[in-house]
Design a protein around this ligand. Structure first.
Ligand code: PMV
Length: 318
């Protein structure tokens, strides 16, 4: 039996612009997906059993129906099994990362699966090779759109500055509040929408991307120096630019304004592709209950996350 776990992520700054190679900054969070492999002669079985995904199991050879959350997770695992031509295996997925919410659940599952396969079969892949294999698997399932942000953070943890390259950056931990609309989003269609906008209006959209990139660059020293008020201002600026790109929804806006106005957050923005999913809010120092309550009152779910957390690891029951 081999078990590996990998973290989810939040994009602090730079989503969508990063797809065109402009700088983005993301951090691994303290929510994880765990994948366990066990030999199972004659079958390929994938099971999910956890809080965030509804329970199910599917035999890929005999076929069996499952919930949509489970389909989401299973697509990535079966793509990883195909990549390494693996059969005669059972794969158990446990995850506390909400799926399809922009928190990197699919990347965490792919990276944990590739890491477990690497260990189980003794392939000797380096972390860099795990990250790039996982990226290609994720990209294939998502029809070729997307940056390396999620798979890099799931593999290396910490923080990454991503352009067309991935650069791990050493920064202190941030405590953030995530507000979830409870509406799943479709990264592919949001990315396609923004890229189409860029093709139609390059003279308008490219400067927006450049401004987003400048925000990502300016954020790095502010996090290093713990300049929280100014970091909050940059989150608000970045959110406004994402609004301009058309990826914000009424539900996301309600959470952002509830966080800023009722919850007294220093800043708030949507995180990830938009069109649903989550926002992040930077709380003032001190109790966070008022901010969490404001998000719940705005019909979201709310939870605290830490950023800069550990990347993929093998678990001791391996
Ligand atoms: O919401 P997510 O985790 O799917 O993040 C998408 C972020 C984008 O910049 C819109 C796309 C990408 O791959 O970087």
């Amino acid at each position: 039996m081999t078990t590996a776990s990998a973290p989810g992520k939040i994009i602090l700054f730079g989503e969508h612009a990063v797809v065109s190679g402009v700088a983005a900054l993301g951090g691994a969070i303290d929510l994880r997906a765990k994948v366990t492999l066990q030999d199972l002669p004659g079958k390929v079985l994938i099971e999910t059993e956890d809080l965030a995904l509804s329970g199910f199991s599917m035999d890929l050879i005999t076929g069996q129906l499952m919930s949509s959350d489970a389909v989401h997770a299973t697509r990535y695992v079966s793509a990883a099994l195909r990549e390494f031509e693996i059969r005669d295996i059972s794969v158990k997925i446990e995850s506390d990362i909400p799926p399809a919410a922009g928190l990197g659940s699919s990347a965490a599952i792919v990276v944990a699966t590739v890491t477990a396969i690497n260990e189980h079969l003794g392939l000797g892949l380096s972390r860099k090779e795990i990250a790039s294999t996982a990226y290609h698997i994720e990209k294939r399932v998502q029809n070729g759109l997307g940056s390396q942000m999620d798979t890099a953070l799931a593999t290396f943890g910490g923080y990454c500055r991503v352009t067309r390259e991935v650069q791990p950056i050493d920064l202190p931990q941030l405590d953030l509040i995530v507000g979830c609309t409870k509406m799943s989003h479709d990264t592919f269609s949001e990315v396609e929408k923004v890229q189409r906008l860029k093709e139609c209006y390059p003279d308008v959209v490219e400067p927006i991307f450049q401004a987003i990139g400048a925000i990502s660059e300016r954020a790095v020293p502010l996090i290093r120096e713990q300049e929280m008020s100014r970091l909050g201002e940059l989150m608000n600026l970045n959110h406004g630019l994402l609004e301009a790109l058309g990826v914000c929804t009424r539900e996301l806006s309600e959470l952002v304004y509830a966080a800023r106005n009722v919850g007294s957050a220093l800043g708030a923005k949507l995180t990830g592709a938009g069109g649903g999913g989550c926002i992040i809010a930077l709380p003032q120092t001190g109790p966070r209950e008022a901010l969490m309550a404001a998000l719940r009152q705005a019909r979201g779910s709310a939870f605290a996350v830490k950023t800069g957390c550990e990347g993929v690891r093998l678990e001791s029951d391996s």
